[in-house]
Design a protein around this ligand. Structure first.
Ligand SMILES: C[S@@+](CC[C@H](N)C(=O)[O-])C[C@H]1O[C@@H](n2cnc3c(N)ncnc32)[C@H](O)[C@@H]1O
Length: 208
């Protein structure tokens, strides 16, 4: 299922030019390897949200080689940090290299290992960004809610999961996304909005 009409997506992309060679290089790498990144449109949304929120601490669950983190880092206020996590040492190494080239390494922590184990080490997370294995979304969010700062945001990619839940797909990943969406939409401590951009971006604001 297309979440947005491909013609609309193309139109939106035309309106989102980019001149940063490092960002373009990461986009090419993702395309070449078929590696799933949030893409430029979602990256720009993350940038806007980050500028508005002015977080001190952003923690990502599933950073790949650092494309989404790069958008967070670009938008972060002075002195704030984005924590990158990925189980692949190679991905994290590449992310570090890109951030160093961009002169942004001081804004980031690069952590290879299990995303959830690493994230548990942090307190007062202002933005928790979730883009790890889809079956683990519910478990991750349940474990990490106590680690959020007041008025924190949870942002999750692939919240519409290519519409698989509408097609009766019943695998672990689809069930994970469905449970996660229900959990956040009905959670008394959060106000949730799902933006149907690319594959769906869930944004939950902690209101209690
Ligand atoms: C969709 S990619 C992340 C893309 C990245 N957020 C971006 O937009 O640039 C998912 C990544 O999460 C990592 N991952 C999935 N589950 C994980 C876990 N439990 N712990 C650590 N890394 C995990 C995978 O290795 C993969 O690189």
């Amino acid at each position: 299922v297309d979440i947005t009409d491909p013609r609309i997506e193309k139109y939106l992309k035309k309106l989102a030019p980019e001149g940063d060679p490092l960002l373009l290089e990461m986009e090419d790498l993702a395309l070449g390897r078929g590696f799933p990144i949030v893409d430029r449109l979602v990256g720009r949304l993350l940038f806007v949200i980050t500028r508005l929120k002015k977080p001190r601490l952003v923690v990502e669950l599933g950073s790949g080689f650092g494309y989404s983190a790069y958008w967070f880092a670009r938008a972060l206020p002075e002195g704030s940090t984005v924590v990158l996590t990925d189980r692949s040492e190679e991905n994290i190494g590449r992310a570090r290299q890109t951030f160093e080239q961009a002169g942004m390494a001081q804004k980031a922590e690069f952590r290879a290992g299990d995303a959830l184990d690493i994230a548990r080490e942090y307190r007062d997370i202002d933005i928790l960004f979730i883009d790890m294995d889809k079956r683990d979304y519910p478990r991750a969010v349940k474990a990490l809610i106590p680690h959020l700062a007041p008025h924190a945001l949870i942002i999750a990619d692939n919240s519409l999961w290519y519409g698989r839940m509408l097609e009766g797909v019943n695998d672990e990943e689809t069930r994970g996304i469905e449970e996660f969406n229900r959990l956040m939409a009905g959670h008394p401590e959060f106000f949730t909005s799902i933006v149907p951009l690319r594959d769906g971006v869930l944004i939950s604001l902690k209101v209690a």
